[in-house]
Design a protein around this ligand. Structure first.
Ligand code: FAD
Ligand code: NAI
Length: 493
């Protein structure tokens, strides 16, 4: 009894202390202190976007040297790697979003955050024109501002190749609304299939889910759909679950070309066990209201009835980027995105526009890993630029006063030597369903390819630790626990 009493007291003290520390940390986060005001003597950096690249820049930039203005159509950061989990209700949408002000309010100097979409950038006049395109607008909803430096991180949009019906009939997997739309559409198909009197052919059509694109997005969406089916729908819709069919269509001869050959094979065999059909060397030619038109490997055309199509066909440049590139035709010839130099300066400009992430066309893959390293690099670069400018001012002052300055001259020359961007690849990870993940990792310059349940646990721990904040980590961990205990939510919102 004494031991139990002692254990009880120790547990109570531990719980109270942990809760206290947790409360203190969260309260400090919730109530940021005062910030330095806007300083008209400092240079202005306008940041476009609140995705992986721009957010990493904002997190790392030293605001004592600059005034910063962020312009983005969404007032939050979206943790894209867990987006497919939202599409099947494993995670709640809110858990993977982080309002951008939760971060900017903690910076040393005030950061202006504007929810608006950049419409055009003038690289000569150094201006950005942007507009508020939300439902509610004030008297002013469009304006133009000047920048000293521009950090351009607007990302990319989904590539549809102009294929008829994609925009009208398919769900995308890029934004939080896309995941919510897919969940709604999927549940709608299941419920409609259960409507009394539905013919067997119609049930089969409604429950046929086609995912287009065998890149990591398409693979992860298929894996998550399979989990939803196995873990939940089989219990709650026993009369329908056997009719649910998932097909992945890929135009190339293999899925996941960026992963090693053994992991491609492992994914294909896992999908086979999971009864997910993979159609490689098969191209989607058109998407109709109730069917998808496929060009098969032997070039014949087949029209397949479908209930839902998810389109994960890759990236293309946004209109605002195409417009910006068209203003510098001699230097910007790559249609994939903005060409930058080794310091991420946009080619053809005077070095005041920097571009990063998916909106650029570089030798790096368009990944969060690249974008966030580029954001952190740019933050360091801006500190170097501020130091360089300070030293140059000091040198000019010394020269004007007729002082001898060889040491200062040397410091200026050193500061002018800006370090180029260097990407450090940490490996690639993807979830493939059935509590299995694949990973191509790099350890001490050694490549390791691994797949299975242990890799899935690594995948989970890697992503929970890279989540933006303690708040997101708690929300995601709570969602995972909720799903383990009660299953996924079937309610169609
Ligand atoms: P984004 O993160 O897309 O951000 C662009 C920002 O610009 C957004 O805030 C957007 O609202 C804003 N914007 C758009 N238009 C305008 C405009 N006109 N004016 C101003 N702002 C604008 N990568 C990995 O490395 N690992 C993964 O596991 C992984 N999983 C993924 C899963 C999914 C489902 C998807 C879709 C992508 C995944 N990626 C992953 C890729 C990764 O998300 C992108 O490479 C990354 O988001 C690129 O960052 P970015 O800052 O360039 O663009
Ligand atoms: P992707 O470009 O990697 O793959 C798109 C696929 O769609 C291509 O393989 C293409 O052949 C196929 N496709 C295009 N049109 C088609 C058609 N008409 N019919 C059939 N197939 C067609 O695009 P994805 O998967 O959206 O990824 C985009 C970027 O985001 C990539 O760089 C990827 O590495 C990154 N990403 C990384 C993840 C991870 O590391 N876990 C997860 C998701 C994305």
């Amino acid at each position: 009894r004494k031991f139990l009493q002692h254990l009880g007291r120790v547990t109570l003290v531990t719980v109270v202390t942990t809760t206290g520390v947790f409360y203190y940390v969260t309260q400090k986060d919730r109530h940021p202190g005062s910030q330095l005001p806007f300083d008209p003597t400092k240079k202005n950096i306008v940041v476009l976007g609140s995705g992986w690249g721009s957010t990493s820049f904002l997190k790392n930039v030293d605001t004592s040297d600059y005034n910063i203005i962020v312009i983005s159509p969404r007032n939050f950061f979206l943790f894209t790697p867990l987006l497919p989990s939202v599409a099947v209700g494993t995670l709640s949408p809110r858990s993977i979003l982080q309002p951008i002000r939760y971060m900017t309010r903690h910076k040393e100097r005030q950061v202006t955050v504007i929810e608006a979409e950049a419409k055009s950038v003038d690289p000569i006049a150094k201006t950005v024109t942007f507009a508020d395109e939300t439902e509610v607008q004030g008297e002013v909803s469009s304006t133009t501002i000047h920048f000293d430096y521009l950090v351009y991180g607007v990302g990319a949009e989904t590539q549809t190749f102009g294929i008829p019906g994609v925009k009208e009939h398919a769900c995308f997997m890029k934004e939080i609304q896309d995941a919510e739309k897919m969940k709604r559409r999927f549940m709608d198909c299941v419920e409609s299939a259960g409507f009394p009197g539905q013919s067997p052919e119609e049930v089969k059509r409604l429950l046929h889910m086609v995912v287009v694109g065998g890149g990591p997005t398409g693979i992860e969406v298929s894996g998550e759909l399979h989990d939803f089916l196995e873990d939940d729908l089989k219990s709650w819709y026993p009369e329908l679950s056997d009719h649910i069919k998932i097909t992945l269509v890929e135009a190339l001869p293999s899925v996941l070309p960026m992963f090693s050959k053994e992991l491609i094979k492992y994914t294909e065999s896992t999908f086979k066990e999971s009864k997910i059909d993979i159609l490689t060397a098969t191209m989607v030619k058109e998407i109709k209201d109730k069917s998808v038109v496929l060009q098969m490997p032997d070039k014949t055309i087949q029209e397949v009835p479908v209930g839902m199509v998810v389109w994960a066909g890759g990236n293309k440049a946004r209109d605002v980027s195409v417009d910006l590139m068209s203003k510098l035709p001699d230097a910007q010839k790559n249609k994939r995105g903005i060409t930058v130099d080794e310091h991420l300066r946009m080619a053809g400009t005077d070095g005041t526009i920097f571009a990063l992430g998916d909106c650029t066309s570089s030798s790096y893959a368009p990944t969060a890993q690249v974008a966030s390293q580029q954001g952190a690099y740019l933050a360091r670069l801006f500190s170097q630029i501020a130091k360089r400018d300070r030293l140059a001012d000091e040198l000019a002052q010394a020269k004007a006063e007729g002082r001898d300055t060889p040491a200062l001259q040397k410091q200026v020359e050193k500061a002018e030597n800006l370090r180029p961007f260097h990407y450090s690849h940490q490996g690639s990870l993807a979830y493939i369903g059935s509590e299995k993940a694949i990973a191509d990792l790099v350890f001490f310059n050694q490549k390791i390819a691994t797949g299975g349940v242990a890799t899935y646990l690594f995948w989970r721990s890697a992503y929970i630790s890279t989540l933006f904040s303690l708040r997101n980590r708690v929300l995601v961990a709570n969602d995972w626990l909720k799903v383990k205990l009660f299953g996924r939510d079937l309610a169609r919102e």
